[in-house]
Write a protein that binds this ligand. Sequence first.
Ligand SMILES: *Cc1c(COP(=O)(O)O)cnc(C)c1O
Length: 422
Amino acid sequence: MTIAASVSEASGPSRQQELLTSAKAHLLANYKQPPLALTRGQGCRVWDVAGREYLDLCAGIAVLIAGHSHPTLVSAIADQAGRLMHTSNLFYTDRGAEFAEALTRRTGYPRAFFCNSGTEALEALLKLARRFHYENGAPERTKLISTINGFHGRTMGALSLTGQPKYHDGLRPLVGDVEQVAYGDLDAMRAVIDERTAAVIIEPIQAEGGIIVASDEYLLGLQKLCHERGALLMFDEVQTGYGRTGRFLAREWSGVQPDAVALAKGIGGGFPLGAMVLSERLSGGLPPGSHGTTFGGNPLACAAGLAVLRIVDEEHLVERAEKLGAFAAARLRGMCEDPLVKAHVVDVRGRGLLLGVMLADHVDPLATLAKVRDAGLLLSIAGGRVLRMTPPLVVTESELEEGIELLTRVLRDPPRVAFKAA
Ligand SMILES: *Cc1c(COP(=O)(O)O)cnc(C)c1O
């Protein structure tokens, strides 16, 4: 007897219910997912199997920079899938060479390494940091410094850099010789960067941590400290990169030039893809045999990456992120002037189209997120109590207005934290 995997075009509330029951029975229960199954997307809209439409200002956590189903990206992936999907890194490919050239030109970094996700890009940074010094006669430089409340991914190396103990629970021991210091505190960095430090790895904006924007002075000071003490400076731009903040890389705001930068999320427009770009000085840091991946940089992913870069340029997505980000931030601040909303929001912050609305202590963030979704708007939560807005960079002013209007209605009377008896 053979058991065929089935794909069904059936839809409607009862089909959705069947799928939810099946998903709950067969998927590992490591996520907290709401009771809906998405099936289709177009631009900034998605639909669930029951037929309900949502305005998607979450964009798969800052990933879908060209929106859902952008025709340029769709046809690039479809054409490449019918031509050459995978070769492994035993061989160069045309798309791989083209994308490396395009990405290095776009970022100003001369070399690129491709992988499949953000956490893999961080693993590459971590290994490059240690191996670079080993190759350069300083094998004692093994210490890695990251920041408290930072987020760098979930594999054991990237997790060890992640400065949020809740993600470490039950998984220790982590990778050794990693230290975390307070974000934004240059004196704390000064106290730990020494002659054994391989690298400082930091987000220019702590995104998962709650949209906390580092000052230019801090990042410039950190660059100076690293230079003086011979440590590498590496930026995790997995979330802030690719135009999200209104610059192609968020590092451009401060002018800091890290030795290497991790990219993922927006880079494939929804296709799994990650990258590390690095300066020429570091180009011998991972010699043949020291690092690699079977899937990373496959021609299908690189075709997606090339199409996304084309869309970024043709549709001026970086400039749009700056302009529309300023528009959305002003509207969100205006929302907080609403006398009913005021008491429930303590801060609006971010840069470009990476925006956060911090809720007051008495507001229940998860219940608020659910109520916003029931109103037809998809957002996400960062840092426990920040509603995060990371729309596709192709979003329009009227879509942002519509989303903020839906949000305003919910925040006039948001769900409260249940009273806990002592
Ligand atoms: C999302 C994220 C990661 C991890 O990326 P994955 O693709 O989920 O592995 C790492 N760093 C930052 C800053 C991120 O936002």
